[in-house]
Write a protein of this length. Structure first.
Ligand SMILES: Cc1ncc(COP(=O)(O)O)c(C=O)c1O
Length: 398
């Protein structure tokens, strides 16, 4: 056994989160794609089966009340809240991240002071946020200004209405300064909207602590909600009374069953709802959140950093010189929970890695992405992934 293999074993033995892996359906594959689709918690299929057979099959329409279907969006929002540092009553679950970006951004322009006509958008944003921001800007008479997150403080001005940023960059894994940037945006009188897709469940977000205005995120990555599981929208309590959704559907009405022609919004985060919730996905997500019971996000963050440090060390030790370069920052304060390696022939390399049982993914043209989900990835996984990568890159077997 090599030094690094021995270290991996010792780190796994000392890891207080290691037993959580047993809560998931996993196999001998090294699964480093939880930043795209989280693994399945073992108990979820039985819960989904119960929803199908008992709640839908037997109770049918009664389940909207008796099985708690109607209130699921805000109830599950309250389960996500502690993971992202929010007090209860500020998060509602439903729709996709894309749809929530639209709701949040248009609502942000309506919260901003009159006469402001610019929306700053992370220049390296995940594409959907950029597309939706452009359309929202056209609809509301704003101009999009693409800005690298670090340059936002210099770009803010009396014309800035809202700023849309990613907490962790999906490609490079760079963690942006949410506390500092939020403070700068608010000091300029603008509204800060954060996309938490790549940070929620992987590191502390501190939405309330840092005074974030609005935020959105998906639940199928580090929250393990399942393919296409619904996203969420955070509306800070201080904005709820003035939050004016561009999609004011009947389920966010103050009295939905009054069926009145005029719209009158409900109080609280419920205002972010639109139409009938997608109950099957939503209840699968609710069940999957059970794995968080008793798990602190600080412990998750500590393990995530230790895992990515160790993986980078193993890559450095094993990989042939010059074949891969990390584009993920070395500094902990700038690193999310993934490692992105630039590699000229990334596409065939990732295909071969997957064939050899190490599943990461690819961002064209030349980025290999490896996501580390601390709830179920261990140090031996990190070591094996780096070793197999080195073999695929042409190093002699370690
Ligand atoms: C940062 C970011 N924002 C938005 C999305 C898109 O979310 P959805 O497809 O749920 O609308 C993704 C998807 O991976 C993402 O990574």
């Amino acid at each position: 056994m090599s030094d690094l293999q021995e270290r991996a074993q010792a780190l796994d033995t000392a890891d207080a989160l290691a037993p959580l892996r047993e809560l998931f359906t996993l196999d001998d594959t090294v699964y480093l794609d939880g930043n795209s689709l989280g693994a399945l918690p073992r108990h979820v299929p039985a819960r989904v089966q119960e929803v199908l057979t008992r709640e839908w099959g037997e109770l049918r329409i009664r389940s909207w009340g008796e099985s708690g279907w109607w209130t699921a969006p805000e109830r599950i929002g309250d389960r996500i809240a502690p993971i992202v540092g929010a007090a209860a009553g500020q998060i509602v679950v439903g729709d996709s991240t894309s749809v929530n970006v639209f709701k949040a951004l248009v609502a942000a322009t309506r919260l901003a002071p009159e006469g402001r006509d610019e929306i700053l958008v992370d220049a390296h944003t995940f594409p959907t946020d950029g597309y939706i921001a452009s359309s929202a800007a056209r609809m509301t008479g704003h101009r999009i200004v693409p800005v690298a997150p670090a340059d936002v403080p210099d770009a803010l001005g009396p014309r800035t209405a809202a700023v849309l940023l990613n907490h962790v960059d999906y490609r490079s894994g760079r963690l942006h300064d949410l506390p500092g940037l939020t403070a700068a945006v608010r000091a300029a009188g603008a509204v800060a909207v954060w996309d938490l897709c790549h940070s929620a469940g992987a590191l502390p977000v501190g939405l309330d602590e840092h005074g974030v205005d609005l935020a959105v995120g998906c639940t199928y990555k580090y929250l393990n909600g399942g393919p296409g599981s619904p996203a969420y929208l955070y509306v800070a309590e201080r904005h709820q009374a003035a939050f004016d959704s561009p999609l004011p559907g009947w389920t966010s009405h103050a009295d939905p069953f009054a069926m009145t022609p005029g719209y009158s919004p409900a109080d609280g985060a419920v205002r972010g709802r639109v139409g009938t919730p997608d109950i099957l996905s939503m209840l699968a997500l609710e069940a999957s959140l059970d794995v968080w019971d008793g798990v602190g996000i600080d412990a998750v963050r500590a393990k995530s950093l230790a895992l990515t440090d160790f993986f980078l060390e193993c890559v450095q030790a094993y990989a042939p010189e010059g074949r891969v370069t990390s584009v993920t920052p070395a500094a902990h304060r700038e690193r999310g929970s993934q490692v992105a390696l630039r590699c000229e022939d990334a596409e065939p390399v990732m295909a071969e890695l997957i064939a050899r049982g190490v599943v990461g993914d690819l961002r064209r043209p030349d980025v290999l992405r490896f996501g580390f989900t601390p709830l179920y990835v261990g140090f031996a996984d990190a070591e094996r992934a780096a070793r197999v990568l080195a073999e695929v890159l042409g190093a002699p077997a370690a």
